[in-house]
Write a protein that binds this ligand. Structure first.
Ligand code: UDP
Length: 495
């Protein structure tokens, strides 16, 4: 083990994730990775979120990784939030979003206390784009601050261009198509399809602050890789005028099965064994995997419509459903008919699935996804083509990248966002049947699968020693370590 003297010589980076699965998962990966590459890391996390990723925290301890998980208590009571509501996926009532982000913004005090108690300020603060509240803290202590962007660069660049050119200021119909300015390709979007991360007027000030503080950051790290979306990365780098380090896909750094299965939520561990046995008995690339991320909700009528499509398909499938989607209607439908009729070829997981373990299995041949960036990148990394069904946030724009630019997916044709709408059927069973068949069978399907495999190889290469993301991460670490050394030299000269 390194001596204290050696430890104290190390660079110290502090990571401040947004408490949302799609943000916390990649930032935890990044923390472990930085620690593996010799940085001493402190990652701020709240108690309920720490409990979810306990196996990862324990694994990090066992392997003596120099990462500490700094546990903070979430101020639920103060902000009128139910006990245990510590992550975006815990919010089931739209009215609570404001209070949730107000609570997140109040973490500036414990963060300041944490920094004040350190021997010296950290060398770098990596903070989620949505955590604009960290900017004044970083300024107060003179800590360089880097933004972590959760989505694709294709989306980040789109959003940047739309926002800074005020494109929507003159749009009256939110379904009117507009062309994204200063973009490497002709891309048309609608206001409705690009709601961004802070949706609605009650959260508009958070979005404004995020955009403002993006401009004051000392650099940007993104969970993507150069060989996947180079023109859009270069576009964003040119626009923002700062160093942009693409260092992903993070999911590929989880070589250890224990890390892979415990990613995001320890609940997945209970499913691992039965899922692997079930998949081992299937032909290569024959299984359709269906999952819509951590926050997206599918209503009961739509769930049964998806089920109809799956019955018509007669293909093996793994379908992940959320606990809150288990309404009495759905439970009855599953127990009375669907499970019995598909028992020879269907596996339903209620709760948190070990997604990367599933996607990595050779039996999986297609992924029906809501187009969250982590899910897309996980499918790209494992070479699985996709059926795209965007719901909100960055997902419609991500879909465009997958279907039209990279050509590794087929769209279900959904054009409007879905914010937990009850009883509305956005996608008919027949559309599901057609899209899955087109994705899995025929010459075009083979070509698409081949393209997916090629991107997977490029992704693996990017994170290997000498690969683009590997090198970028080294550069990122050196950049902030050198800054500290320079500063220390200047101080010793002036003294
Ligand atoms: N995830 C998982 N099991 C589940 C649901 C989600 O492991 O049952 C993980 C998934 O692998 C991904 C993340 O949760 O890493 C979801 O992030 P994404 O950006 O895809 O969507 P979001 O949840 O942010 O909408």
């Amino acid at each position: 083990m390194a001596s204290f003297r050696e430890e104290s010589k190390k660079s110290h980076f502090i990571i401040v994730p947004l408490p949302a699965q799609g943000h916390l998962i990649p930032m935890t990966d990044m923390g472990c990775l930085l620690a593996e590459r010799g940085v001493s890391v402190s990652l701020l996390i709240t108690q309920a979120n720490a409990d979810r990723i306990k196996p990862i925290i324990e694994r990090a301890k066992e392997s003596k990784l120099s990462i500490q998980f700094v546990e903070l208590s979430f101020p639920n009571e103060k902000f009128g939030l139910p006990q245990g509501c510590e992550s975006v996926d815990h919010i089931t009532d739209w009215g609570l979003f404001r209070a949730f982000f107000d609570a997140v913004y109040s973490f500036n005090e414990p963060l300041e206390t944490f920094i004040e108690n350190l021997e010296r300020p950290p060398d770098c603060m990596i903070t989620d784009m949505c955590n604009a509240w960290t900017a004044p803290v970083a300024r107060k202590f003179g800590i360089p601050r880097v933004i972590f962007h959760g989505p694709s660069c294709f989306y980040i660049s789109t959003d940047y261009n739309l926002a800074h050119n005020k494109v929507y200021d003159s749009v009256t119909d939110e379904n009117e198509h507009v062309t994204v300015p200063n973009f490497p390709i002709k891309l048309q979007v609608t206001k409705a399809q690009t709601p961004g991360f802070f949706i609605g007027p009650t959260l508009a000030d958070f979005r404004k602050k995020s955009l403002e503080e993006e401009l004051t950051a000392d650099g940007v790290v993104i969970n993507t890789f150069l060989e996947l979306e180079r023109p859009f990365i270069e576009n964003y780098e040119r626009l923002i005028g700062k160093k942009v380090w693409t260092v992903g896909p993070f999911c590929l750094y989880n070589k250890d099965d224990k890390m892979k299965v415990g990613r995001g939520n320890k609940d997945a561990i209970v499913h691992r064994h039965r899922v692997l046995i079930w998949l081992d008995g299937r032909d290569a690339a024959s299984v359709l995997y269906i999952s819509f991320g951590s926050t997206t909700y599918t209503n009961s009528q739509q769930i049964m419509e998806v089920g109809k499509g799956l019955e018509a398909l007669n293909k093996p499938f793994i379908w992940v459903m959320k606990k809150r989607e288990m309404t009495p209607v759905v439970e009855k439908w599953l127990a009375d008919s669907f499970e019995e009729r598909t028992k020879d070829r269907g596996l339903i997981i209620v709760g948190w699935a070990p997604q990367v373990v599933i996607l990595s299995h050779p039996a999986v041949g297609a992924f029906m996804t809501h187009c969250g960036w982590n899910s897309l990148l996980e499918a790209i990394s494992t070479g699985v083509p996709m059926i795209t069904w965007p719901r909100n946030s960055d997902q419609f724009v991500n879909e465009n990248l997958i279907v039209d630019v990279l050509r590794i997916g087929i769209s279900l044709g959904v054009k409007l966002p879905d914010f937990d709408t009850e009883d509305v059927i956005m996608v008919k069973s027949e559309e599901i049947r057609k899209a899955v068949n087109a994705l899995m069978d025929g010459i075009e399907a083979d070509e698409r699968r081949q393209r997916s495999k090629d991107f997977s190889k490029k992704a693996q290469k990017a994170v290997e020693e000498g690969g683009s993301s590997y090198v970028n991460l080294a550069d990122f670490i050196h950049y902030f370590t050198d800054q500290r050394n320079k500063l220390a030299n200047e101080n010793s000269i002036s003294a």
